[in-house]
Design a protein around this ligand. Sequence first.
Ligand code: KIV
Length: 286
Amino acid sequence: MKKTVPSLLKMKQDGTKISMVTAYDYTTASLVDASGIDTILVGDSLGMTMMGYPDTLSVTMDDMIHHTRCVTRGAENTFVIGDMPFLSYQTSIEDAVYNAGRFMKEGRAQAVKLEGGAKVCPHIRAITDASIPVCAHLGLTPQSLNAFGGFKVQGKNEKTARQLIEDAHAIEEAGAFMVVLECVPARLAALISKSLSIPTIGIGAGSGCDGQVLVYQDLLGMTPGGFKPKFVKVFADIGEQMKAGFRAYDEEVKSGAFPSEEHTFRIDDELMAKLESENHIEGSQA
Ligand code: KIV
């Protein structure tokens, strides 16, 4: 059964944890869908994981729509959230509604995500008024990297902790149906989760959140530089398995062991003899 906004809200009410993972393409989305994970985030983290940028700032709406389309084709039952990239909503409320609409119309997503608290509440309100569900994102919001001065845990002192609590209430009040809490101290995230009626999805925010999200390359050990943030757990070392598979393929191509008879198509011997004689080629036996 396809997950929906009401079914995700009910999971919070029932105390059932919500699983979320990023995906950026059809194949991965199909595998996530088959695994029973509840939600896919087509994160603007694709700027790093798929496009090789150092951060998310250069990702465009067209990049996001392209990847969201690929994912939604593979996500039969999984709820798909498209991540609004830098400057696709900060510029004006009109831009926010128009670009959120593109995720639905062209990307076929079920919801959008945007970063920020009280400042983006007018945008959240306008997008939800257009019947587009919005997931907010608080704490370490990577699009504000330069304002924060780096990837740092947020809400550690009284002022910023109070600000986070206020922002969480503001985005719920503005109509957000879910909120991602990124790199927030675990006890603060648990307090926020208990005080909201919408689900909180944590990443580096402890087990008191209503659900968890990880970037799929992180949880499958597929990070090229090997960097692993403190909040990441590697659940399967697919990166190592991929490297071993690529190495074995390379060796067999070079040694001629691949392709063998079982991977090869046959042709009639008489026809081949005729073709060899016409082309003055001897023994084209593979
Ligand atoms: O872009 C992304 O993948 C995200 C998650 C890390 C929450 O925003």
